[in-house]
Write a protein that binds this ligand. Structure first.
Ligand SMILES: Cc1cc2nc3c(=O)[nH]c(=O)nc-3n(C[C@H](O)[C@H](O)[C@H](O)COP(=O)(O)O)c2cc1C
Length: 379
């Protein structure tokens, strides 16, 4: 196997990451909102998707490729946007971008990333997508879009599901604040996690390098700037404007509501990431599996459907395809990989998923990911 079999699953990576990451960083990745019931439901609902295997056939050469917007990726699994990536593990964003490029899978850079967007586009030139938190100021938005276009990003992903900053209790209790700073508590946590601390010292303090240039009021605090930077409720009119400005594939992230899907289609949006932000925004939101089931019929009308939230195994990726998703993503999987193994964790996560997706297709008797449809669902 092309990965370290001492840590053969995402769950194993999470256990090790918990030991190696300071708890404020671990909690930032792991945490949901309120009682964290939505996060648990995301996971549990994937378990409920049952598939019937077919034998009397040979699927040993199962083909994992998937094609989105005319581009074929080596497998149907990618890296979703994760803000403050380098705080969780120094160098994480660049390492993930390089690993995604080498593996030919999508890498989605967050607006709130801590690595320059040009540097990421160079490292992941064939696979880079950009996630936009829509700036309030139209001129700022136009400037950001022109930088993203000039850098060579292929696909634009607009996140809808943060109309209000989340109150995440673990983050509050850990004193995680912007700008990220070494409070006595965080210094203590860092001191007890020396690998993370040494790497962070070497890399320097993570900052929102892609948006700081838009901070025009010198005495405005970073937290206030970030809060005021993005539109609270992204409107239909704004998506129409973005559609006019962006000629490449345009996706909306966080869609769960039928009417939002219809509106997206009317505007000429090309695809969606069905997601509830990993259970980090609304504890009562339906699981991503439930929403995928409810909205998958839009693929018949040409909408490219992808999904995230609660995906932890290659089996989950295959399950999501049986429910109509061309591609699945998982934020926490990649950051458990980083926490457990440092930058080598990027490859570990990719290879675990590759192995699990392939084995699942072979076990099911399905010759290619593209072929897998709802006829495999056991119902
Ligand atoms: C620590 C963390 C930071 C995130 N930051 C962003 C972000 O900047 N932009 C965004 O659209 N989604 C963000 N997300 C959501 C992810 O893109 C993705 O929807 C989520 O991780 C999927 O759930 P999973 O972690 O259970 O796989 C973040 C998720 C986590 C865990």
């Amino acid at each position: 196997m092309s990965y370290d079999t001492a840590l053969p699953s995402i769950t194993d990576l999470k256990v090790r990451a918990k030991r190696r990451m300071p708890s404020f960083a671990f909690d930032y990745v792991d945490g949901g909102i309120d009682d964290e019931a939505g996060k648990i439901r995301n996971r549990a609902d994937w378990h409920d998707v049952l598939l019937t295997p077919r034998y009397l056939r040979d699927a040993s050469d199962a083909d994992l490729q998937t094609t989105l917007f005319g581009k074929t990726y080596a497998m149907p699994f990618g890296v979703p946007p994760v803000g403050l990536g380098n705080m969780m593990w120094p160098g994480a964003e660049l390492a993930l971008a390089k690993a995604a490029q080498a593996a030919n899978i999508p890498y989605i850079l967050s607006t709130l990333s801590t690595t320059d967007l040009d540097e990421i586009a160079k490292a992941a030139k064939d696979v880079c997508w950009f996630q936009m938190y829509v700036p309030n100021d139209v001129e700022v938005m136009k400037d950001l879009l022109s930088r993203v276009t000039a850098a060579g990003y292929h696909t634009l992903v607009v996140t809808l599901d943060i109309p209000v900053g989340a109150k995440r209790n673990r983050e509050l209790k850990n004193g995680l604040k912007l700008p990220f700073s070494m409070t006595p508590d965080i210094i203590w946590q860092a001191a007890t996690h020396p690998v993370w601390a040494l790497n962070t010292l070497k890399a320097g303090r993570p900052d929102f390098v892609n948006v700081l240039r838009y901070k025009t009021t010198p005495d405005q605090g970073l937290a206030d700037f970030i809060t005021s930077f993005a539109m609270k409720g992204v409107t239909k009119e704004r998506i129409e404007m973005i559609r006019q400005l962006w000629s490449g594939p345009l996706m909306l992230k966080g869609v769960q509501y039928e009417q939002d899907m219809k509106t997206a289609q009317e505007i000429g949006v090309d695809g969606v990431i069905i997601s509830n932000h990993g259970g980090r925004q609304l504890d009562a939101a339906p699981s991503s599996m439930q929403s995928l089931k409810a909205l998958n019929h839009y693929s018949e009308q040409g909408m490219t459907i992808t999904v995230d939230s609660g995906i932890r195994t290659g089996l989950d990726v295959v399950r999501s395809k049986a429910l109509g998703a061309q591609m699945a993503f998982s934020g926490r999987s990649f950051f458990w990989g980083m926490g457990a193994m440092g930058t080598a964790g990027a490859n570990q996560v990719i290879e675990i998923y590759r192995d699990e997706i392939r084995r699942t297709l072979q076990q099911l008797g399905c010759e290619s990911f593209a072929q897998l449809d709802d006829s495999w669902l056991a119902e």
